[in-house]
Write a protein that binds this ligand. Structure first.
Ligand SMILES: Nc1ncnc2c1ncn2[C@@H]1O[C@H](COP(=O)(O)OP(=O)(O)OP(=O)(O)O)[C@@H](O)[C@H]1O
Ligand SMILES: [Mg+2]
Length: 334
């Protein structure tokens, strides 16, 4: 079996707007390993959701893949039509969104919704599908599955709806689960339970997961590999241990900034956290050269005019920076 289940190569996904072309994914490259979780992290507006939704072309009317390729399980799925992708959705690839309420159908009971998926994609009879639904609800940690199966989505709490969404997403034993901020709307206790559940399911079913969030703590807990996004591009990707080690030989200055903004238990009391000054550039007003240069304390004249490529600096570690060696960078020296 190939090591990678999904590969995105130089993806450009654009929005056509009255004010101009918004290059929301502007050369994204990343890979998801079989049976592993890739965490995609980055500030708001960096293109995480656009990248994740490009996989199944879950697009708005003014949105389209301009160029690039997406390969899934040996097939170039970026060439498929929306209709063809619909067959993959809920079969080989499932998606969980931030707002479970809006994704569940309010006029159908939980069992109807999950059963329909099973009957459609797995040729089950109604009775088989109902039995499997009860089993799935149990698997996602619902203690009274028979009762919940009869409920309508508006009768469920946020945490319960998200569990139902996960059960529905897993109904077809997908090879890939795309979860875009699946726990952001939930309180911390429920969030922790759902994350634990997703990890268990990954281990039991061998599902690969793309986990999108701007919460580094969650990434640390969930991800085997990490892709850090900035302004529509991946600026660094590596094994999660490398990213979170805090002493990697190579790192992107943006990742370094993100890491320095996480409070650590070992920090002295009252120590001020380093927050990266400035904001993500407006997509209609991108700087020339490196997109991060205006906020980078190490930026040189070269960075302000030339754009660095995403380069493999060591095995399975990619960085988009002219000065990827963390030890030798120092403010204003270059
Ligand atoms: N419908 C739209 N029309 C035009 N531009 C859009 C649209 N949706 C998103 N964008 C732009 O695409 C870029 C990337 O957005 P995206 O939603 O992928 O960010 P994100 O990293 O998921 O952020 P967040 O953490 O807030 O969810 C942003 O600059 C955003 O303004
Ligand atoms: Mg998003």
């Amino acid at each position: 079996m190939d090591k990678y289940l999904l590969e995105i190569k130089d993806l450009h996904t654009y929005f056509t707007t009255k004010r101009g072309l918004i290059k929301a994914a502007n050369g994204v490259s990343l890979k998801v390993q079989n049976g592993k979780t890739l965490g995609i992290v980055g500030e708001s507006g960096s293109g995480k959701s656009v990248t994740a939704m490009s996989i199944l072309k879950l697009f708005e009317h003014n949105q389209k893949i301009h160029s690039g390729e997406i390969w899934f399980d040996g097939e170039k799925i970026s060439s498929l039509t929306q209709n063809e992708l619909r067959k993959i959705r809920g079969n080989d690839i499932s998606v969980i969104f931030q707002e479970p309420m809006t994704s569940l159908n309010p006029v159908l009971t939980v069992t109807r919704q999950i059963s329909e998926v099973l009957m459609l994609h797995q040729d089950m009879t109604k009775d088989q599908a109902h039995a499997r639904t009860i089993e799935l609800l149990g698997l996602v940690g619902i203690s009274n599955p028979e009762k919940i199966a009869k409920a309508y989505s508006f009768q469920l709490s946020g945490g319960m709806s998200q569990r139902v969404m996960i059960a529905m997403a897993l109904a077809c034993r997908p090879k890939l689960l795309i979860a875009d901020e699946p726990t952001t709307a939930l309180d911390v206790t429920i969030q922790a339970q759902i994350l634990k559940l997703m990890n268990e399911l990954k281990d039991e079913l061998g599902t690969s997961i793309i986990f999108v969030t701007h919460d580094l703590g969650v990434i640390n807990e969930m991800a085997d590999d990490v892709a850090v996004m900035y302004s529509g591009q991946v600026v660094e990707s590596a094994n999660s241990k490398v990213i979170f080690s805090g002493k990697a030989k190579y790192s992107h200055p943006y990742t370094e900034g993100l890491m320095n903004s996480i409070p650590r238990l070992s920090d002295e009391k009252g120590k001020k956290l380093e927050v990266i000054p400035g904001t993500v550039p407006h997509p209609l007003d991108l700087p020339p050269g490196c997109k991060f240069a205006p906020r980078c304390k190490y930026a040189t004249d070269k960075c302000r005019v030339e754009e660095p490529e995403l380069v493999e600096v060591e095995k399975d570690h990619h960085i988009r920076c002219f000065y990827p060696e963390s030890g030798v960078r120092s403010d204003g020296e270059k």
